[in-house]
Design a binder for this molecule. Structure first.
Ligand code: ADP
Length: 366
Protein backbone atom coordinates (compact mmCIF):
# COMPACT_ATOMS: atom_id res chain seq x y z
CA UNK A 1 0.00 0.00 0.00
CA UNK A 2 1.29 3.47 -0.82
CA UNK A 3 -0.39 6.79 -0.19
CA UNK A 4 1.22 8.94 -2.91
CA UNK A 5 -1.31 11.77 -2.80
CA UNK A 6 -0.86 12.32 0.95
CA UNK A 7 2.00 14.17 2.62
CA UNK A 8 1.70 11.82 5.53
CA UNK A 9 -0.13 8.52 5.87
CA UNK A 10 -0.20 6.43 9.03
CA UNK A 11 -1.78 2.99 9.31
CA UNK A 12 -2.22 0.90 12.44
CA UNK A 13 0.44 2.74 14.43
CA UNK A 14 0.80 1.12 17.84
CA UNK A 15 3.23 1.80 20.66
CA UNK A 16 3.53 0.47 24.21
CA UNK A 17 5.69 1.69 27.04
CA UNK A 18 5.85 -1.40 29.22
CA UNK A 19 2.23 -2.35 29.77
CA UNK A 20 0.94 1.18 29.01
CA UNK A 21 -0.51 1.61 25.51
CA UNK A 22 0.57 5.03 24.22
CA UNK A 23 -0.82 4.52 20.68
CA UNK A 24 -3.53 2.03 19.81
CA UNK A 25 -3.79 1.25 16.06
CA UNK A 26 -3.87 4.86 14.86
CA UNK A 27 -4.73 5.66 11.21
CA UNK A 28 -4.16 9.23 10.03
CA UNK A 29 -3.78 11.10 6.71
CA UNK A 30 -2.36 14.56 6.27
CA UNK A 31 -2.92 16.34 2.93
CA UNK A 32 -0.40 18.62 1.24
CA UNK A 33 -0.57 22.09 2.81
CA UNK A 34 -2.87 20.99 5.63
CA UNK A 35 -2.60 22.19 9.23
CA UNK A 36 -3.67 19.31 11.45
CA UNK A 37 -3.61 19.55 15.23
CA UNK A 38 -3.37 16.62 17.62
CA UNK A 39 -5.44 17.68 20.62
CA UNK A 40 -6.13 15.76 23.81
CA UNK A 41 -5.45 15.53 27.52
CA UNK A 42 -2.01 14.88 28.90
CA UNK A 43 -0.97 11.27 28.30
CA UNK A 44 -3.37 10.67 25.38
CA UNK A 45 -0.53 9.85 22.96
CA UNK A 46 -0.09 13.12 21.01
CA UNK A 47 3.66 13.46 21.47
CA UNK A 48 4.26 9.75 20.96
CA UNK A 49 2.56 10.03 17.57
CA UNK A 50 4.55 13.12 16.61
CA UNK A 51 7.82 11.55 17.70
CA UNK A 52 7.03 8.41 15.73
CA UNK A 53 6.53 10.52 12.60
CA UNK A 54 9.83 12.28 13.31
CA UNK A 55 11.61 8.94 13.69
CA UNK A 56 12.58 9.72 17.28
CA UNK A 57 10.95 6.63 18.74
CA UNK A 58 10.26 3.12 17.45
CA UNK A 59 6.69 1.94 17.15
CA UNK A 60 5.66 -1.65 17.90
CA UNK A 61 3.44 -2.04 14.85
CA UNK A 62 2.02 -0.06 11.94
CA UNK A 63 3.41 1.90 9.01
CA UNK A 64 4.23 5.50 8.13
CA UNK A 65 4.56 7.05 4.67
CA UNK A 66 5.97 10.53 4.05
CA UNK A 67 5.47 11.93 0.55
CA UNK A 68 4.49 8.46 -0.65
CA UNK A 69 7.73 6.84 0.56
CA UNK A 70 7.55 4.33 3.33
CA UNK A 71 9.37 5.90 6.27
CA UNK A 72 8.55 3.44 9.08
CA UNK A 73 12.17 2.36 9.57
CA UNK A 74 13.91 5.41 8.10
CA UNK A 75 16.35 7.24 10.39
CA UNK A 76 15.13 10.64 11.57
CA UNK A 77 17.73 12.48 9.48
CA UNK A 78 16.40 10.92 6.25
CA UNK A 79 12.76 11.87 6.84
CA UNK A 80 12.77 15.44 5.48
CA UNK A 81 11.06 16.88 8.51
CA UNK A 82 11.34 20.18 10.40
CA UNK A 83 10.58 20.19 14.09
CA UNK A 84 9.74 22.81 16.73
CA UNK A 85 9.66 21.97 20.45
CA UNK A 86 8.29 23.77 23.49
CA UNK A 87 11.75 24.56 24.83
CA UNK A 88 13.08 25.99 21.51
CA UNK A 89 15.96 23.45 21.41
CA UNK A 90 18.20 26.01 19.72
CA UNK A 91 21.97 25.76 20.16
CA UNK A 92 22.47 28.59 22.71
CA UNK A 93 26.12 29.29 21.99
CA UNK A 94 25.70 29.49 18.24
CA UNK A 95 24.50 32.57 16.46
CA UNK A 96 21.00 32.69 15.01
CA UNK A 97 22.43 32.32 11.49
CA UNK A 98 24.49 29.29 12.55
CA UNK A 99 21.38 27.70 14.06
CA UNK A 100 19.49 28.21 10.81
CA UNK A 101 22.42 26.96 8.78
CA UNK A 102 22.38 23.61 10.56
CA UNK A 103 19.46 21.89 8.72
CA UNK A 104 20.75 23.29 5.42
CA UNK A 105 24.25 21.86 6.01
CA UNK A 106 22.67 18.51 6.91
CA UNK A 107 21.07 18.57 3.46
CA UNK A 108 24.40 19.65 1.86
CA UNK A 109 23.01 22.93 0.51
CA UNK A 110 25.88 25.06 -0.99
CA UNK A 111 27.05 28.10 1.01
CA UNK A 112 25.59 30.84 -1.21
CA UNK A 113 22.15 29.20 -1.30
CA UNK A 114 22.38 28.70 2.46
CA UNK A 115 22.97 32.40 3.06
CA UNK A 116 19.98 33.31 0.87
CA UNK A 117 17.69 30.78 2.53
CA UNK A 118 18.69 31.99 6.01
CA UNK A 119 18.04 35.61 5.06
CA UNK A 120 14.64 34.71 3.58
CA UNK A 121 13.67 32.68 6.64
CA UNK A 122 14.65 35.51 9.00
CA UNK A 123 12.57 37.94 6.96
CA UNK A 124 9.61 35.56 7.13
CA UNK A 125 9.69 35.61 10.94
CA UNK A 126 10.41 39.38 10.93
CA UNK A 127 13.79 39.02 12.66
CA UNK A 128 16.18 39.80 9.82
CA UNK A 129 18.31 42.03 12.08
CA UNK A 130 19.32 39.31 14.60
CA UNK A 131 21.31 36.89 12.42
CA UNK A 132 24.63 37.63 14.18
CA UNK A 133 23.27 37.46 17.73
CA UNK A 134 23.62 34.46 20.00
CA UNK A 135 20.35 32.70 20.72
CA UNK A 136 20.70 33.13 24.48
CA UNK A 137 20.64 36.92 23.91
CA UNK A 138 17.08 36.77 22.51
CA UNK A 139 13.74 36.90 24.34
CA UNK A 140 11.58 33.75 24.63
CA UNK A 141 9.26 34.91 21.85
CA UNK A 142 12.20 35.72 19.54
CA UNK A 143 13.82 32.36 20.25
CA UNK A 144 10.62 30.57 19.36
CA UNK A 145 10.39 32.51 16.08
CA UNK A 146 13.97 31.45 15.31
CA UNK A 147 13.04 27.86 16.17
CA UNK A 148 10.16 28.18 13.68
CA UNK A 149 12.49 29.59 11.03
CA UNK A 150 14.92 26.71 11.61
CA UNK A 151 12.08 24.21 11.16
CA UNK A 152 11.10 25.51 7.72
CA UNK A 153 14.36 27.00 6.39
CA UNK A 154 15.25 23.86 4.44
CA UNK A 155 11.75 23.48 2.95
CA UNK A 156 10.89 20.14 4.60
CA UNK A 157 7.96 17.96 3.55
CA UNK A 158 6.27 18.33 6.93
CA UNK A 159 6.80 20.61 9.92
CA UNK A 160 6.08 18.97 13.27
CA UNK A 161 5.38 21.22 16.26
CA UNK A 162 5.17 19.83 19.79
CA UNK A 163 3.45 22.39 22.09
CA UNK A 164 5.65 25.13 20.59
CA UNK A 165 3.91 27.94 22.49
CA UNK A 166 3.56 26.13 25.81
CA UNK A 167 6.34 28.05 27.55
CA UNK A 168 5.18 31.53 26.52
CA UNK A 169 2.82 33.90 28.30
CA UNK A 170 -0.73 34.29 26.98
CA UNK A 171 -0.27 37.52 25.05
CA UNK A 172 2.80 36.27 23.23
CA UNK A 173 1.11 32.92 22.62
CA UNK A 174 -1.91 34.60 21.01
CA UNK A 175 0.40 36.67 18.83
CA UNK A 176 2.55 33.71 17.76
CA UNK A 177 -0.53 31.61 16.97
CA UNK A 178 -1.39 34.14 14.29
CA UNK A 179 2.26 34.30 13.14
CA UNK A 180 2.36 30.53 12.69
CA UNK A 181 -0.94 30.64 10.80
CA UNK A 182 0.45 33.34 8.52
CA UNK A 183 3.65 31.35 7.87
CA UNK A 184 1.61 28.24 7.18
CA UNK A 185 -0.39 30.09 4.54
CA UNK A 186 2.48 32.02 2.94
CA UNK A 187 4.80 29.01 2.71
CA UNK A 188 2.05 26.49 2.02
CA UNK A 189 3.58 24.35 4.78
CA UNK A 190 2.14 21.03 5.85
CA UNK A 191 1.96 21.13 9.63
CA UNK A 192 1.31 18.48 12.26
CA UNK A 193 0.83 20.36 15.53
CA UNK A 194 0.43 19.13 19.10
CA UNK A 195 -1.37 21.01 21.85
CA UNK A 196 -3.53 20.26 24.87
CA UNK A 197 -5.09 23.75 24.54
CA UNK A 198 -8.45 23.48 22.79
CA UNK A 199 -8.67 27.18 21.97
CA UNK A 200 -5.28 27.07 20.29
CA UNK A 201 -6.39 24.03 18.26
CA UNK A 202 -9.62 25.78 17.21
CA UNK A 203 -7.84 28.99 16.16
CA UNK A 204 -5.09 27.39 14.13
CA UNK A 205 -6.22 24.18 12.51
CA UNK A 206 -7.77 23.04 9.24
CA UNK A 207 -8.60 19.82 11.06
CA UNK A 208 -8.32 18.65 14.64
CA UNK A 209 -7.53 15.09 15.64
CA UNK A 210 -8.84 14.57 19.17
CA UNK A 211 -6.89 11.86 21.03
CA UNK A 212 -8.07 9.85 24.02
CA UNK A 213 -6.04 7.05 25.60
CA UNK A 214 -3.91 6.40 22.52
CA UNK A 215 -6.86 6.32 20.14
CA UNK A 216 -8.42 8.86 17.79
CA UNK A 217 -11.67 9.91 19.43
CA UNK A 218 -12.81 12.15 16.56
CA UNK A 219 -11.19 13.89 13.62
CA UNK A 220 -12.68 16.80 11.67
CA UNK A 221 -12.79 20.56 11.18
CA UNK A 222 -12.85 22.69 14.35
CA UNK A 223 -16.52 23.43 13.62
CA UNK A 224 -17.41 19.75 13.27
CA UNK A 225 -15.75 18.87 16.56
CA UNK A 226 -17.29 21.79 18.38
CA UNK A 227 -20.87 21.64 17.11
CA UNK A 228 -21.12 17.96 16.15
CA UNK A 229 -19.18 15.97 18.75
CA UNK A 230 -19.61 12.24 18.40
CA UNK A 231 -19.03 11.27 22.01
CA UNK A 232 -19.36 12.58 25.53
CA UNK A 233 -15.59 12.80 25.70
CA UNK A 234 -15.44 15.07 22.61
CA UNK A 235 -18.36 17.22 23.82
CA UNK A 236 -16.79 17.59 27.23
CA UNK A 237 -13.23 18.22 26.12
CA UNK A 238 -13.97 21.08 23.75
CA UNK A 239 -15.57 24.15 25.27
CA UNK A 240 -18.55 24.15 27.58
CA UNK A 241 -21.67 22.15 26.99
CA UNK A 242 -25.01 21.17 28.43
CA UNK A 243 -25.03 17.39 28.75
CA UNK A 244 -28.30 16.08 30.12
CA UNK A 245 -29.20 12.43 30.51
CA UNK A 246 -32.64 11.47 29.20
CA UNK A 247 -34.71 8.77 27.56
CA UNK A 248 -35.94 8.39 24.01
CA UNK A 249 -39.71 8.83 23.95
CA UNK A 250 -40.66 8.63 20.29
CA UNK A 251 -39.31 8.71 16.74
CA UNK A 252 -41.21 9.49 13.56
CA UNK A 253 -38.42 9.44 10.93
CA UNK A 254 -38.22 13.26 10.83
CA UNK A 255 -37.39 13.88 14.46
CA UNK A 256 -37.15 12.22 17.83
CA UNK A 257 -38.50 13.28 21.17
CA UNK A 258 -36.41 12.85 24.29
CA UNK A 259 -37.64 13.13 27.86
CA UNK A 260 -35.19 15.24 29.86
CA UNK A 261 -36.18 14.97 33.54
CA UNK A 262 -37.03 18.36 35.02
CA UNK A 263 -36.91 20.18 31.69
CA UNK A 264 -39.52 18.46 29.53
CA UNK A 265 -39.80 16.71 26.19
CA UNK A 266 -37.18 17.89 23.72
CA UNK A 267 -37.29 17.51 19.95
CA UNK A 268 -34.06 16.58 18.11
CA UNK A 269 -33.05 15.29 14.72
CA UNK A 270 -33.08 11.50 14.47
CA UNK A 271 -29.91 9.71 15.47
CA UNK A 272 -28.48 6.32 14.67
CA UNK A 273 -27.85 6.08 18.41
CA UNK A 274 -31.46 5.07 18.93
CA UNK A 275 -30.36 1.58 18.01
CA UNK A 276 -28.04 1.44 21.01
CA UNK A 277 -30.91 1.81 23.52
CA UNK A 278 -33.28 4.27 25.11
CA UNK A 279 -30.72 5.95 27.45
CA UNK A 280 -29.22 8.97 25.83
CA UNK A 281 -27.39 12.20 26.64
CA UNK A 282 -28.72 15.38 25.06
CA UNK A 283 -26.04 17.92 24.06
CA UNK A 284 -26.28 21.65 23.36
CA UNK A 285 -23.69 24.43 23.41
CA UNK A 286 -24.52 27.30 25.80
CA UNK A 287 -24.49 29.81 22.93
CA UNK A 288 -27.10 27.78 21.00
CA UNK A 289 -29.78 28.45 23.61
CA UNK A 290 -31.61 31.79 23.71
CA UNK A 291 -33.78 33.68 26.13
CA UNK A 292 -37.15 34.00 24.38
CA UNK A 293 -39.87 36.61 24.58
CA UNK A 294 -43.37 35.28 25.35
CA UNK A 295 -44.37 35.43 21.68
CA UNK A 296 -41.21 33.93 20.23
CA UNK A 297 -41.55 30.44 18.72
CA UNK A 298 -38.79 27.79 18.83
CA UNK A 299 -38.78 24.03 18.26
CA UNK A 300 -37.88 23.64 21.91
CA UNK A 301 -39.04 26.16 24.52
CA UNK A 302 -39.16 25.74 28.32
CA UNK A 303 -39.79 27.89 31.35
CA UNK A 304 -37.24 28.09 34.17
CA UNK A 305 -35.76 30.36 36.83
CA UNK A 306 -32.49 32.27 36.54
CA UNK A 307 -30.09 30.69 39.02
CA UNK A 308 -26.99 32.76 38.36
CA UNK A 309 -25.73 35.52 36.07
CA UNK A 310 -21.96 35.71 35.48
CA UNK A 311 -20.55 38.59 33.45
CA UNK A 312 -17.02 37.83 32.30
CA UNK A 313 -16.19 40.81 30.08
CA UNK A 314 -17.57 40.40 26.57
CA UNK A 315 -19.49 37.22 27.44
CA UNK A 316 -22.33 36.78 29.91
CA UNK A 317 -23.23 33.33 31.22
CA UNK A 318 -26.70 32.56 32.52
CA UNK A 319 -27.60 29.47 34.49
CA UNK A 320 -31.29 28.59 34.32
CA UNK A 321 -32.84 26.07 36.70
CA UNK A 322 -35.77 23.76 35.95
CA UNK A 323 -37.25 22.17 39.06
CA UNK A 324 -34.83 20.85 41.65
CA UNK A 325 -32.08 19.18 39.68
CA UNK A 326 -32.02 20.26 36.03
CA UNK A 327 -29.97 23.22 34.89
CA UNK A 328 -28.99 24.72 31.53
CA UNK A 329 -26.14 27.08 30.85
CA UNK A 330 -26.59 29.86 28.28
CA UNK A 331 -23.90 32.20 27.02
CA UNK A 332 -24.32 35.37 25.01
CA UNK A 333 -22.58 38.60 24.18
CA UNK A 334 -22.87 40.90 27.19
CA UNK A 335 -23.90 43.72 24.86
CA UNK A 336 -26.90 41.62 23.74
CA UNK A 337 -27.82 39.95 27.00
CA UNK A 338 -31.31 40.57 28.39
CA UNK A 339 -31.50 42.34 31.74
CA UNK A 340 -32.39 39.40 33.94
CA UNK A 341 -31.44 38.68 37.55
CA UNK A 342 -31.21 35.69 39.83
CA UNK A 343 -34.72 34.45 40.60
CA UNK A 344 -36.38 35.87 37.44
CA UNK A 345 -38.72 33.57 35.50
CA UNK A 346 -37.53 33.15 31.89
CA UNK A 347 -38.41 31.22 28.74
CA UNK A 348 -35.45 29.61 26.98
CA UNK A 349 -35.36 27.84 23.65
CA UNK A 350 -33.34 26.33 20.83
CA UNK A 351 -33.90 24.95 17.36
CA UNK A 352 -34.18 21.26 16.68
CA UNK A 353 -30.94 21.13 14.67
CA UNK A 354 -28.57 22.48 17.34
CA UNK A 355 -29.12 19.70 19.86
CA UNK A 356 -27.35 16.36 19.44
CA UNK A 357 -27.73 12.97 20.97
CA UNK A 358 -24.78 11.15 22.45
CA UNK A 359 -24.46 7.71 23.92
CA UNK A 360 -24.47 7.81 27.72
CA UNK A 361 -21.47 6.72 29.77
CA UNK A 362 -22.93 3.29 30.44
CA UNK A 363 -23.43 2.79 26.71
CA UNK A 364 -19.93 3.99 25.89
CA UNK A 365 -18.43 1.49 28.26
CA UNK A 366 -20.54 -1.36 26.83
P1 ADP B 1 0.66 13.36 25.39
O1 ADP B 1 1.64 13.92 24.42
O2 ADP B 1 -0.73 13.29 24.85
O3 ADP B 1 0.71 14.02 26.74
P2 ADP B 1 2.38 11.07 25.42
O4 ADP B 1 2.47 10.64 24.00
O5 ADP B 1 3.52 11.85 25.97
O6 ADP B 1 1.02 11.82 25.66
O7 ADP B 1 2.20 9.79 26.36
C1 ADP B 1 1.28 8.74 26.08
C2 ADP B 1 1.43 7.67 27.15
O8 ADP B 1 2.71 7.07 27.06
C3 ADP B 1 1.31 8.19 28.57
O9 ADP B 1 0.67 7.21 29.34
C4 ADP B 1 2.75 8.37 28.99
O10 ADP B 1 2.87 8.22 30.39
C5 ADP B 1 3.45 7.23 28.26
N1 ADP B 1 4.84 7.58 27.92
C6 ADP B 1 5.23 8.55 27.06
N2 ADP B 1 6.58 8.58 26.95
C7 ADP B 1 7.05 7.61 27.76
C8 ADP B 1 8.36 7.11 28.10
N3 ADP B 1 9.46 7.63 27.54
N4 ADP B 1 8.43 6.10 28.97
C9 ADP B 1 7.34 5.55 29.52
N5 ADP B 1 6.09 5.95 29.25
C10 ADP B 1 5.92 6.95 28.38
Amino acid sequence: MTQPEMKLAIRGLTKHYGSAMALDHVDLDLADGEFLTMLGPSGSGKSTLLWSVAGLNDSDAGKIWIDGREATSMPASARDIGMVFQNYALFPHMTVAENLSFPLEMRKVPALERALAIQRALEMVKLDHVGDRFCNQLSGGQQQRIALARAFVAGPSIVLMDEPLGALDKKLRDHLQLEIKRLHEQLNMTVLYVTHDQEEAMVMSDRICLMNQGRIEQIGTPEELYFRPKSLFAADFLGESNLIAGKVKSENGKWMTIDLPGIGVVKTLPSALLRSGPDIVHFTRPESIEILTDEQRKDNAFRGLVDEVVVSGAITKLFVRFGEAAKLQLSMLTSRSPRVRKGDAVRVGWDVDVGRLLAGRALEAA
